[in-house]
Write a protein of this length. Structure first.
Length: 200
């Protein structure tokens, strides 16, 4: 009698192992999906892929005898009732030295609106050398009805760009921002205001 049940016990053990392996595989795939976005973001930040800029807490400590024209571009996504423009169209900066530029945003609606900025630089290869020390894009921005503000970005072009043969003849970099509306249910918490200064 016991001999008759041995194959079915072995089969049940195989089925249990298969089910456990499938469960582990599905859990791994779900984990990989959740990790993909931050890993991709980290990859872009490290390599400058797609024109992703870098972040630094301080300046590189040296500059070189070469300048770069930095041009500024501003856009708004659908559904954001803001006017968003660069305060200056271009700056000529010395590579390795700190520079500051301003963008201006105005809420044209009769209610508070929160926006979040995404950014990139072109040409894409320059992203690994364009470094921000301070930027309004690091946090969500909330503008009250009719409020206008200046939004600063502090940056430098890393002197290591001089060692990149692919960018040896580069004369200009374009820094581009696009502001998108943040729906109320997607707010990260109490939105920070970029500035209390108004621009009339």
């Amino acid at each position: 009698m016991s001999e008759r049940f041995k194959p079915s016990i072995a089969s049940a053990e195989r089925n249990l192992r298969t089910a456990l392996l499938c469960t582990l595989l599905v859990a791994s795939m779900i984990g990989a999906a959740y990790a993909a976005v931050p890993l991709y973001r980290l990859f872009c930040e490290v390599t400058g892929y797609g024109g992703t800029t870098q972040r630094a807490a301080s300046l590189p400590g040296n500059s070189i005898d070469r300048t770069m024209i930095v041009e500024f571009d501003a856009n708004t996504g659908p559904g954001l009732p803001w006017t968003f423009l660069p305060a200056q169209r271009r700056l000529t900066v010395r590579i390795g030295e700190q520079a500051i530029a301003y963008y201006r945003a105005a809420n044209n609606s009769g209610y508070p609106v929160t926006g979040s900025a995404v950014f990139n630089v072109t040409p894409n290869l320059a992203g690994r050398y364009f470094t921000k020390v301070q930027c309004f894009c690091f946090i969500e921005q909330t503008l009250q009805p009719g409020q206008s503000i200046d939004l600063p970005v502090v940056f430098f072009v890393d002197p290591k760009i001089a060692d990149d043969r692919d960018l040896a003849s580069l004369k200009a970099i374009t820094l581009s921002y696009t502001f998108y509306r943040v729906p109320p249910d997607k707010l990260s918490g109490e939105p920070a205001k970029a500035s209390t200064d108004t621009v009339n």
